[in-house]
Design a protein around this ligand. Sequence first.
Ligand code: COA
Length: 341
Amino acid sequence: MQNKQTILKSAGIIGVGKALPDKIVTNEDFVKLGLDTSDKWITERTGIKERRIAEPGMGTADLAVKAGQAALDNAGLTPQEIDLVIVATTTPDYPLFPSTACLVQDRLGIKKVGAFDVSAACTGFNYALTTAAQFIGTGFAKNILVIGADCLSKYVDWTDRSVCILFGDGAGAVVVSEVSEGYGILASDLNANGAEGDILITKGGGSKKPFSAEMLKDKSHFVFMNGKALYKVVINSIIPTIENTLKKVNLTSKDIDYMVPHQANLRIIEYARKKLGLKKDQVYINIQKYGNTSSASIPIALAEAVSLGKIKEDSLLLSVGFGGGFTWASNIIRWGGIKKG
Ligand code: COA
């Protein structure tokens, strides 16, 4: 748990956007592909009915650029008004460089300002949002484009039924700027435990085990997941991070108006909802349409919840994420307070 900090300027979300590939893969499509699975199994264990998949040739930056432009439009800002770009992703277009943030900076016509990627798997958006809040808080930047974008479908073994059915591709984006006092990101909590890194890991293709013919045979370039172990770790960490964040601003779960959780498994979301005493209509769920889109899942859900009017001026919003690393984090946000002009 991090110490309470002195906030110089309040940082809040002033625009949201999303982008998803057109191609839909349903649970039934996996059965048609010859996978030993069923719509019933996937629906009951995960809540997923379908996911969007990036076509060959489409990369993470293609989706990130679209979501970023949508967030700029929603905020009523031009690319020229952005002075920092942060992209949360673990599936960059290029394994080393340039970063996805650099591609976004160029393709959106943003000035030659700082641009960097944040790597925290499915917790990436919470990490990036918290990072952006510090840059606004200190006055380093005025308007930051924060994007969560991933194409994990490119890194799963489409014959491994325990993993490939879980993930989808997409991007979500927000513009973070100074907002009125009392609004914006009120508190954040970031956590990591590298000792649990091997429960969700891609062993091949990095500096430890570079690309080789052997790697292609042993399939170590694909995502490996110990689903059962991961489930337990998530269940043990999700409520403590929320409580830590609430405690920092002397609030309790009773104060939460709306929750936008990472969409990895409907059973995990339901567990958190019940523990927090929230009603069903206080939680945004779109896992049935998109599966787990990793760092994109929270900003996509946020964009949809805002456009549906679920989150309004003054709403107290909870966002919670968890994923590979193992990482977990949460943010408490008082929605609104946008400064005019
Ligand atoms: N279709 C049908 N059967 C499947 C299957 C599929 N797609 N995937 C696995 N199975 C089988 C297993 O082989 C196993 O069979 P067995 O009992 O004969 O050995 C059985 O179903 C149970 O598998 P198990 O892994 O124990 O299922 P589970 O109830 O733990 O559910 C997950 C699997 C992945 C849905 C669940 O563990 C989970 O959600 N974990 C957390 C994942 C997560 O959050 N990941 C992202 C973090 S960002």
